[in-house]
Design a protein around this ligand. Structure first.
Ligand code: NAP
Length: 306
């Protein structure tokens, strides 16, 4: 694959930016990767592990002469970072973000985009519960979806180039409109995270079940909630503050379904429970058939001694 952008600037050096850097290198997609993160500590780690080609001390310096600028900071920080870099962008540069929410990022970022600079939103649908500069890995995006969210009036050739870049990183591409993106993500990502946070919180509050029992028997299902509920608190706080409407809508539907199942349990309506679980099992099968997860028992985890 040929070099697609001469200089790529990564603002933020956490899980997503770090994984992008490693995948960009693997695919030889950029001439140089420059990186900046807020804290001196993160910058020092990035330098130490050679995460990017050059770590710099300010966002302004990072975007100097950059052809592609990737905003890989928490959603709530996108607007201020964009305002800071705007005067330093070269004409013709492309700014993209990888935020988990799109409408609020559009509202915060687009007003600062200078004339002659392009903006296109993206959201790689891949992640782990880890964060920070040491958490990235080159294969994170392989065979995962990256949703590309162009603004109205996007430059078609820049859109095509960014799509090809994400394919080079390993992703499958789908173009989506911002509000629809936020609704889809509320269903497949945001609300499930909130439910996992809640379930782990409930277990923590239940003093009749000891902490040791919760940990010892967690493989019964709880463990997968705890993995999701270990996700970065800053990132997820910002997701819920900025994707409020869609998350509340899905949460409302979730609560109604939960009440219906609660009633079925109370009334001993086994048929309703059976039918419901049969429907949900088919969804799991669809995810496996689409290559988005493994059908191995226990998600392919190696058996542990207990
Ligand atoms: P992360 O590992 O916590 O990294 C965030 C990075 O942003 C850190 O390097 C942090 O620097 C930096 N940062 C924060 N505020 C900044 C500022 N004002 N200026 C410059 N740098 C700043 O987070 P992540 O998981 O990579 O997430 C980054 C973005 O990707 C978020 O918008 C998130 O919604 C999105 N996303 C995440 C996932 C996921 O599963 N994790 C998946 C898809 C998309 P310090 O370390 O110095 O604080």
């Amino acid at each position: 694959m040929p070099v697609m952008y001469n200089r790529v600037a990564l603002i933020g050096l956490g899980l997503i930016a770090g994984s992008m850097s490693l995948a960009i290198r693997r695919g030889k997609l950029a001439g140089e990767i420059v990186g900046f993160a807020k804290s001196a500590e993160t910058r020092a780690v990035a330098q130490e592990i050679n995460l990017v080609d050059r770590v710099v001390a300010s966002a302004a310096e990072a975007v100097q002469d950059a052809d592609l600028i990737v905003l890989a900071v928490p959603v709530g920080a996108m607007g201020s970072v964009m305002a800071e870099i705007a005067p330093h962008l070269k004409p013709g540069a492309v700014v993209t973000d990888v935020g988990s929410v799109k409408r609020s990022v559009f509202d915060a970022v687009i007003p600062h985009i200078p004339t002659g600079v392009h903006f296109i939103g993206t959201h790689p649908m891949a992640g782990t519960e880890h964060s920070g500069p040491r958490s990235g890995f080159a294969t994170l995006f392989d065979n995962r979806w990256c949703l590309i969210v162009p603004p109205e009036g996007v430059d078609q050739s820049e859109l095509d180039r960014l799509c090809a870049f994400w394919r080079g990183i390993g992703s499958n591409i789908e173009i989506m409109e911002p509000d629809h993106h936020d609704l889809v993500c509320a269903v497949v990502s945001h609300t499930p995270h909130l439910i996992a946070y809640t379930m782990v919180g409930v277990a923590d509050d239940l003093r009749r079940v000891t902490d040791q029992e919760v940990i010892k028997f967690s493989a019964a299902g709880f463990r997968d909630f705890t993995r999701i509920a270990a996700s970065d608190p800053t990132m997820w706080r910002d997701v819920f503050l900025t994707n409020k409407d869609a998350t509340l809508e899905i949460l409302g539907r979730f609560t109604e379904e939960l009440f219906a199942l609660q009633r079925a349990i109370r009334q001993g309506d086994g048929q309703q429970l059976f039918d419901y679980f049969t429907r949900t099992r088919a969804i799991r099968r669809g995810i496996i058939e689409a290559g988005q997860d493994t059908s191995a028992p226990d998600f392919g985890r190696a058996p542990t001694k207990s």
